[in-house]
Design a protein around this ligand. Structure first.
Ligand code: ZN
Ligand code: FE
Ligand code: FE
Ligand code: ZN
Length: 271
């Protein structure tokens, strides 16, 4: 990661907080780390409460959302020179989409990430449920994942799709080519007009690869899909992790800018 004053101006839009029950470190430590790295802007995007199940190790409760927002407002006062965005990471579960939309509309988010962490009720990226891979066909898992991701893109609730190929997290990959699964999904994302996230957390997971794969990102670029950048930090020292590699990948894919959000409006920031 470049030191302050050198290299591209960057923003980390995917920071979690201890409110989700599986991240650690006070929010101000995340901001301080971002400043150390010379990031221009940060955005918190903690997990929005799940609507299809309750698990205190995954998200805050609904009653806590206003407190999360108050935390951000307090941080803005503590760091007046730094743009600190109020984002959120919301799970896309088709049956709950309508209720999710109603709830999200109550809060003044700068941007909303849509995430697919569940396939027909199965938390496929949760190590506690990894056994689920044993009784399913891998190609079918991938097919269903990219189908639901396309549904998430089209539902109209989200500004950005988080970690677009999260399904590879544990490194399980089908033998059959999956380019056709990508392609259908990419077309739906492009038509829906939302952005995709380059998320460096995959490098810290068993798959040891950025989300999304460089081929996927290249196709995003060809289709005119904007990109954002996020570390998915669940601890202060993960802020901005591997952003040098992410920028390299973005540039190799042909990107000359990432996008920023304020009040759910998008603007470019040159790389
Ligand atoms: Zn998390
Ligand atoms: Fe996620
Ligand atoms: Fe996240
Ligand atoms: Zn995430």
């Amino acid at each position: 990661m470049a030191v302050k004053g050198e290299g591209p101006r960057l923003a980390d839009y995917h920071l979690h907080t201890p409110r989700c029950g599986h991240a650690r470190g006070e929010m101000r430590l995340y901001v301080e780390r971002a400043l150390e790295l010379g990031l221009e802007e940060v955005g918190f995007a903690d997990h929005f409460p799940l609507l299809h199940l309750r698990d205190p190790h995954l998200t805050m409760d609904l009653e806590e959302v206003p407190l999360y927002i108050a935390d951000i407002e307090e941080l803005r006062r503590a760091f007046p020179g730094v743009p600190i965005r109020l984002g959120i990471e919301a799970d896309f579960v088709p049956e709950e989409a309508e209720r999710l939309g109603e709830l999200l509309s109550r809060y003044p988010f700068d941007y909303v990430y849509g995430s697919v962490h569940y396939l027909d009720g199965w938390g496929f990226d949760d190590p506690r449920y990894i056994d689920g891979y044993g009784d399913r066909d891998l190609h079918e898992i991938y097919r269903r994942y990219f189908q639901v991701l396309g549904d998430a893109a089209e539902c109209g609730l989200f500004d950005i799709l988080a970690h677009p190929d999260l399904v590879k997290k544990f490194g399980f990959r089908p033998e059959k080519d999956i380019t056709d699964l990508y392609e259908d999904c990419l077309g739906r994302i492009a038509a829906s007009g939302l952005a995709v996230e380059v998320n460096t957390a995959g490098l810290r997971k068993p798959v040891r690869e950025m989300y999304p794969h460089p081929d996927f990102l290249r196709r995003c670029r060809e289709l005119g899909i904007p990109a954002t950048l996020g570390s998915d930090a669940h601890a202060p020292e993960e802020v901005g992790a591997d952003f040098d590699l992410a920028v390299l990948m973005l540039k190799e894919a042909g990107y000359e800018e990432i996008v920023l959000f304020e009040g759910r409006k998008r603007r470019p920031m040159p790389l």
